[in-house]
Write a protein that binds this ligand. Structure first.
Ligand code: FMN
Length: 145
């Protein structure tokens, strides 16, 4: 299995109903990703999504094709994508990091600027997940459980 990781950022097409859309997206992600051994993390800030995906290259291609035509977002910009030795989010088919106020500000700044990289998003997501590593419930602490 050749593992890869990528991240992308996009814009919500319906910022008013973003929270509702987000909980549906999360439920779909948890269900589908498990079946194809994709793992990762997803966040939303006002009007924006940021997602990190890890998995076998072919599984990621198939998933990206679906995600890229999803009408709930637009302006999807895939950041760098590359091979990885191991997963950084092995325990979660899709986790929602719980951002501190400071972390949320950093996230908002990152997605608003074009120079954001997968590595920067990964670092921030992992930092925000620190207290929860090892817990397997993807909805714990997200406010959506
Ligand atoms: C920001 C965003 C992230 C998404 N992430 C995933 C994902 O990780 N896995 C997934 O299966 N679908 C994801 N989706 C949803 C897909 O675009 C698509 O609606 C879904 O996979 C269809 O699944 P279903 O046929 O089981 O309903 C995402 C959609 C958006 C807008």
């Amino acid at each position: 299995m050749r593992l890869e990781r990528l991240a992308y950022v996009s814009r919500s097409t319906d910022p008013e109903d973003q929270l509702l859309a987000f909980s549906d997206i999360l439920a779909q992600s948890v269900r589908n990703n498990r079946a194809v051994e994709v793992t990762g993390a997803l966040s939303f800030t006002p009007g924006r999504y940021a997602q990190i995906l890890e998995g076998e290259g072919h599984a990621l291609d198939t998933l990206l094709r679906r995600i890229s035509v999803d009408p709930r977002h637009c302006d999807m910009r895939v950041l760098d994508r590359g091979p990885i030795e191991e997963r950084l989010f092995p325990d979660w088919s899709m986790i929602v990091p719980e951002f501190s106020p400071e972390g949320r500000t950093r996230l908002e700044d990152m997605v608003a600027h074009d120079e954001v990289s997968t590595a920067q998003l990964v670092d921030l997501f992992l930092e925000m997940l620190q207290p929860r590593r090892g817990k397997r419930d993807p909805l714990a602490g997200s406010g959506l459980a």
